[in-house]
Design a protein around this ligand. Structure first.
Ligand code: C5P
Length: 406
């Protein structure tokens, strides 16, 4: 597999215990055909020796801003790289990069480069969840830096939690995707994908409605990602926003309209992404004319709307992948698991809409993906497009491995 053939990659390794795993990342990048230049921080060498990288990589390891042969190694590295990957990225390196502080060769190279950067954080859960680190990650995401991981699992010292470096396979897949973006990673070509987006509006009278804060951004990010990967996309949307080139947009307002449009479009779809925030209740009998203040406070009787996801789950064609969403304010994992079972979905993408920088209207999101086979994937804070990318990666991988797909 030479997916990275001809790509010049600076592999930055900073000083966390996960530095030993960077050796495997280096090897996998080389296996994928990349030209790899290791850049280690001083801290990294406390965990792994530079000789190991010297032996494996395309060039000798670099560590110093003051090289005898090249007076400006950081600009040379930054300018000639096709991609800079930092694995593991410690809180220090993430903080320095976000703040624009270049105190060693790695941080100087990060600031000197215009190539895409993939940051793979690894640290203890307390550090990963510290508001300073979360804020720095959000800053990097806003600037277009790609974040891979971290995973949840066993950490140094026997602790468990979020903060473990992503697997070398996931890191190499992330780099491949980043370098493939725009040049045609078309692993969804031939698939038909239906995405719902936005929040429904249930009329109280001709001027008022019951609505919610959904912006449609996560749904559109799914549509854009799927279209970018070659899928034929239909967006059933409550938002006045054009879809990606080639996509069909069906504009709806109410849950009832969304149900009709989605059920029709989903009949032949390979993947259905129910990202819309659909009202659960609507006024039973909306007034035909505007309610007047002078008539006093109205009593609004509500009735349930059709549950589109449950209906899709009940009539799902063989091989179709159905993805539901759970916008929660507490007990995210339990509520999501209940939804997964109750609605017949293959995946539930759950988020805590009260979390900082995640959920409604933000450009970033942080989600837990539960699969019907019991697997759980926690996708740390990143852009909504990157969340879509990570979820569709799971879908594509599952379809590749499933016998019942069409
Ligand atoms: O049960 P809850 O509304 O929290 O479930 C959320 C998921 O169900 C979302 O994927 C949403 O699009 C979908 N849903 C639906 N029809 C409804 C309510 C929610 O399809 N009436």
């Amino acid at each position: 597999m030479n997916s990275l053939a001809g790509k010049r990659i600076v592999l930055g390794v900073s000083g966390g215990i996960a530095a030993y795993k960077a050796v495997e990342v280096c090897r996998r990048l080389m296996d994928a055909g990349a030209y790899v230049i290791p850049v280690l921080t001083k801290g990294a060498t406390r965990f792994v020796g530079r000789a190991t990288f010297d032996a494996l990589a395309s060039e000798r390891t670099q560590m110093s801003l003051f090289d005898e042969d090249d007076p400006i190694p950081h600009t040379t590295l930054g300018q000639t790289a096709d991609c800079v990957v930092v694995a593991p990225a410690t809180a220090r390196v993430i903080g320095a990069y976000a703040a624009g502080i270049s105190s060693d060769l790695l941080t100087a190279t990060l600031i000197a480069t215009r190539a895409p950067v993939v940051v793979c954080p690894a640290m203890h859960t307390e550090m990963w969840e510290h508001p300073a680190v979360a804020g720095n990650i959000a800053t990097l995401v806003e600037r277009g830096v790609h974040i891979v991981g971290p995973e949840s699992g066993r950490l140094a010292g026997g602790d468990e939690g979020a903060g473990r470096l992503s697997s070398p396979d996931d890191i190499v897949a992330g780099v491949t995707r980043v370098l493939g973006a725009g040049s045609g990673l078309r692993d969804m070509a031939g698939l038909s994908v239906v995405v719902t987006a936005g929040g429904t509006r249930e009329p109280i009278d001709p001027v008022r409605y019951i609505g919610n804060h959904s912006s449609g951004k996560q749904g559109y990010a799914f549509a854009e990602e799927a279209a970018g990967r070659g899928a034929e996309v239909t967006i059933v949307s409550t938002v006045d926003r054009p879809g990606p080139s080639g996509a069909t947009v069906v504009r709806v307002d109410t849950a009832e309209e969304m149900a009709a449009a989605t059920m029709a479009a989903a009949a032949d779809a390979d993947v259905v992404v129910m990202a819309a925030a659909v009202a659960d209740f609507r006024p039973t009998d909306p007034a035909g004319v505007k309610l007047k203040k002078r008539d006093g406070v109205p009593a609004i009787q509500l009735e349930p709307t059709p549950d589109i996801l449950a209906a899709l789950g009940a009539s799902k064609p063989q091989g179709q992948v159905l993805i539901g969403f759970a916008a929660e304010t507490c007990d995210v994992a339990d509520n999501a698991a209940a939804k997964l079972n109750g609605k017949g979905a293959d995946y539930i993408v759950a988020n805590d809409v009260t979390a900082e920088n995640a959920g409604f209207a933000h450009d970033t999101n942080e989600v837990l993906v539960l699969a019907s086979d019991g697997r759980a994937h926690s996708i740390g804070l990143r852009s909504k497009r990157q969340v879509a990318q990570a979820v569709l990666d799971l879908v594509v991988a599952d379809r590749d491995g499933r016998a019942d797909v069409r």
